[in-house]
Design a protein around this ligand. Structure first.
Ligand SMILES: *Cc1c(COP(=O)(O)O)cnc(C)c1O
Length: 798
């Protein structure tokens, strides 16, 4: 079908007629997109089936990755690239007068995630398949992914996202594999042949229907599966209020919760979590039993990985199945479960650590709650033996305490591996946040520094840089990202440095067009493109960036001869709809932009751009055009970050704190190729413990701070009244919990150094080259190989 251009065109036209029921001349671009998508899926299906047969035949261990989010983005071009048919298809289409890029525009982003956590899951799927590892994803097929963001009058407005409006060409509905998920009701206990039997009765049953999407590896025959579950009413509901029942069931997979750092505590969210876990386990165990019979050796052949605590109910659910349905004893079931489940922690922010009130948990999941109670009781008894009478220690470790179920505690106790996502983060887990657990189970804790799918974020996103790399160091890096290191050989090659500069310039030119189209602002592609794109959150400190912009603006206003290297400050960020403070920051960015961009005194010196609706497909355009990567979170707060890696591999220089994976980026490129500033994690944690920071002192003693902070409330921005008072208060009244004012001077200073460095173009390009060369370590292929070897014990199957 894709063997050559002519064959492709012939097949394309034939299928177009069959699929759309019209002739080519009547067909629309959407018909073309649908046709191409169907062809690819059909083309992949042979390898997909063969991969599954291979996995059945070799009886190798397999991993199932459970994640409440998958931030996939678009799949068309990535699939073409991985299959090695991109050129054939592009040329064939072009002969027919169709641009592949235009079809790509028609594909909606699959935005089934909030940010880093969901994107990591997507990168891992790519790396699993591309390294021939037997690993599959399970998730929820949200009808509406993350909301679409519009900026109206400087404010964020949220619109429901509609990625399924025209169907999803990549999925296959498997109605015959549907399973039932029970909620509510009560548990009846009785003796049967000397055994306690538990029966969950009077339940409200929901049907979970799987939709499978192929995960195509890069230039390999491996095609793994992403199974997304959709909720539907059971076939024969016994409800009187059938319409309401229908609405309740469908609601489970209707919306993605739009918050990545705050736990909402809503019943529907807990329903989603159990829905995902129960459906996934039923399907995993069904196919396992078909292959192996008894579940006795489950942990030898299967690993179930939980991405953060959202799927942690996999632990009691597996216990339930093993005991209630398969007849294992508690001890046997516990042995199997705790050797099957592994867990990744994604945060140390206390507001993001999930805990569920018993009064919500118990009625919704009565049998699961009983099991969690029993896990807790047995766990606490053991602790009591160690330190009899030490209630405080035991209450601190307990899974159920103060009326809540603590999901992270359940995850640690019920799994065999607990990993953090960057070295610093893992150290903080071990030494501080989870210290008592680390002392109990030191062998469980390990680090797996995050990575990115470099084939999406470099090969696909930055074709020009990719070509230059292939011309210089060959194409081995597409498989083995560490080969990017060979690029270092060219660090003093003026011709290559010149080409690097030219590529960046072209990418910036393209970005400038996007900016003009969306924001109506002309930006100078010779300026430094200084970019901060990520979720809007106080700890990520977009505010620090804005205060610096305000400071520069003040300098320009005061001194008409003030000279600076021209800058374009680019922001992209969604705020959780209920996150009041974050939304104020969005309004502030847009307010500053409005003023700065229209002030003739500023001219070309700087522009401020807020790009609406930041998402994967937009991100792919931004990273290749960035000069500066803003990674300025309060040290200790960002678990890893992966945006930092996407910038780095595209030759942008990091301006950041020693937080998350920035620490490891710094370590690799060295002091000379990165701009580090601000408090260290150690210092921040010391302040939190011992106090000693007074933000007002910085306000009083630094005129630059005082001026900018006053402008938030003194009418400097006309027409916004008290709009920014909450920001002002957070900095002064609430003593600036994120150390924005503390780090301000160091940030301004470092930004000045950035400007100076940029002026020496050759030196700058050499720094960019060094970053690209060292970025191979941050490929998720490396991360996944570490998970495979150290945690999962799985091997490539070819
Ligand atoms: C990579 C990515 C993120 C994560 O960015 P961080 O800077 O690590 O927070 C969020 N959203 C999208 C669309 C991404 O591609």
């Amino acid at each position: 079908m894709f063997s050559n251009k002519e064959r492709f065109k012939e097949d394309f036209l034939k299928r177009l007629e069959m699929l759309c029921g019209k002739s080519f001349s009547e067909s629309t671009p959407r018909d073309h997109y649908q046709t191409l998508g169907n062809m690819i899926r059909e083309f992949v299906s042979n390898d997909w089936i063969a991969t599954n047969e291979r996995y059945m035949a070799v009886r190798e261990k397999q991993v199932y990755y459970l994640s409440i989010e998958y931030l996939l983005g678009k799949l068309l071009r990535q699939n073409l690239l991985n299959l090695g048919v991109e050129e054939t298809v592009a040329e064939g289409l072009s002969d027919l007068g169709i641009e592949l890029a235009d079809l790509e525009e028609l594909e909606p982003d699959a935005g089934l995630g909030n940010g880093g956590l969901g994107r990591l899951a997507a990168c891992f799927l790519d790396s699993l398949a591309s390294t021939d590892l037997p690993g599959h994803g399970h998730g929820i097929r949200y009808k509406h992914g993350l909301f679409e963001q519009k900026i109206v009058d400087g404010y964020q407005v949220e619109l429901p996202e509609q990625w399924l409006r025209s169907g999803n060409v990549w999925e296959i509905r498997k109605a015959d594999l549907a399973v039932s998920i029970p909620f509510w009701g009560k548990v009846e206990t009785r003796q049967e042949n000397g055994r306690l039997v538990f029966q969950h009765i009077n339940t409200e049953v929901v049907t979970a229907v799987p939709y499978d999407m192929p995960v195509v590896g890069f230039q390999t025959k491996t095609v793994n599966t992403l199974r997304l579950w959709s909720s539907e009413p059971a076939q024969f509901p016994v409800h009187k209020d059938i319409l309401q029942y229908k609405r309740r069931t469908e609601a489970i997979s209707e919306f993605l919760y739009p918050d990545d750092t705050h736990d909402e505590g809503k019943t529907l969210r807990l329903k989603q979590q159990y829905f995902l876990v129960s459906a996934s386990l039923q399907s995993i165990l069904r196919s396992y039993k078909k292959q192996h019979g008894s579940l006795e050796e489950l942990n030898h052949h299967v690993c179930i990985h939980i991405n953060d605590t959202h799927p942690v109910l996999a632990i009691p659910e597996l216990m339930r199945i093993l005991m209630d349905e398969e007849g294992f004893s508690w001890e046997q079931a516990w042995e199997i479960t705790t050797n099957t489940i592994s867990y990744t922690n994604h945060t140390t922010l206390s507001e993001a650590l999930e805990k569920w009130p018993i009064h919500i948990f118990q009625p919704l999941l009565p049998r699961i709650y009983m099991i969690v109670e029993e896990i807790n009781e047995r766990f606490c008894k053991e602790r009591w033996k160690e330190t009899p009478g030490d209630w405080e220690r035991i209450a601190g470790l307990a899974i159920i305490a103060d009326g809540y179920v603590k999901m992270a505690h359940l995850a640690i106790v019920g799994s065999f591996s607990v990993n953090g996502v960057a070295r610093l983060h893992t150290e903080i887990l071990k030494e501080r946040e989870m210290r008592p657990f680390f002392q109990l189970f030191p062998e469980k804790f390990n680090n797996k520094t995050n990575g990115i799918a470099h084939r999406r974020w470099l090969l696909k996103a930055n074709p020009k840089l990719s070509s230059l790399l292939c011309e210089t160091i060959g194409d081995g890096w597409t498989h083995s990202a560490h080969e990017l290191m060979q690029f270092l050989k060219y660090q003093d090659d003026y011709s290559i440095l010149g080409k690097l500069a030219a590529i960046k310039q072209e990418n910036k030119q393209n970005m400038a067009e996007v900016i003009y189209k969306h924001n109506g602002i002309s930006v100078n592609p010779d300026a430094i493109f200084d970019v901060q794109v990520k979720r809007l959150h106080a700890y990520k400190r977009q505010l620090l960036n804005v205060l610096h912009i305000m400071h520069l603006y003040n300098r320009i206003l005061e001194d008409s001869s003030f000279s600076m290297v021209p800058r374009v400050f680019i922001f992209g960020a969604k705020a959780s709809p209920g996150y009041y403070y974050a939304k104020k920051i969005i309004k502030l960015i847009n307010t500053v932009a409005e003023k700065v961009n229209h002030d003739p005194k500023v001219g070309d010196k700087m522009k401020v751009v807020f790009l609406e609706n930041y998402r994967v497909s937009l991100a792919e355009k931004i990273f290749p055009a960035a000069d500066i990567s803003e990674q300025i979170s309060t040290a200790s707060k960002e678990a890893s970050g992966t945006g930092n890696m996407k910038f780095m591999i595209n030759g942008a220089l990091t301006l950041g704190t020693l937080d998350g994976a920035n620490v490891e980026i710094h370590e690799r490129v060295g002091d000379d190729n990165i701009f580090i500033f601000g408090l260290t994690a150690e210092e921040v944690l010391h302040y939190y413990r011992h106090g000693g920071y007074e933000s007002v002192e910085y306000y009083h003693h630094d005129n630059r701070i005082q001026q900018a902070v006053n402008q938030l409330v003194n009418g400097f921005f006309p027409g916004v009244h008290n709009e920014f008072e909450p920001i002002f208060d957070s900095l002064l009244e609430e003593n600036d919990q994120y150390f924005v004012l503390k780090d301000f001077a160091s940030y301004v200073d470092t930004q000045r150094r950035v400007g100076e460095a940029y002026a020496d173009s050759l030196k700058w390009q050499k720094m960019c080259l060094t970053n690209i060369a060292h970025a191979g370590y941050f490929s998720s292929d490396r991360t996944i190989k570490e998970y495979a070897k150290d945690i999962w014990g799985i091997h490539p199957v070819k």
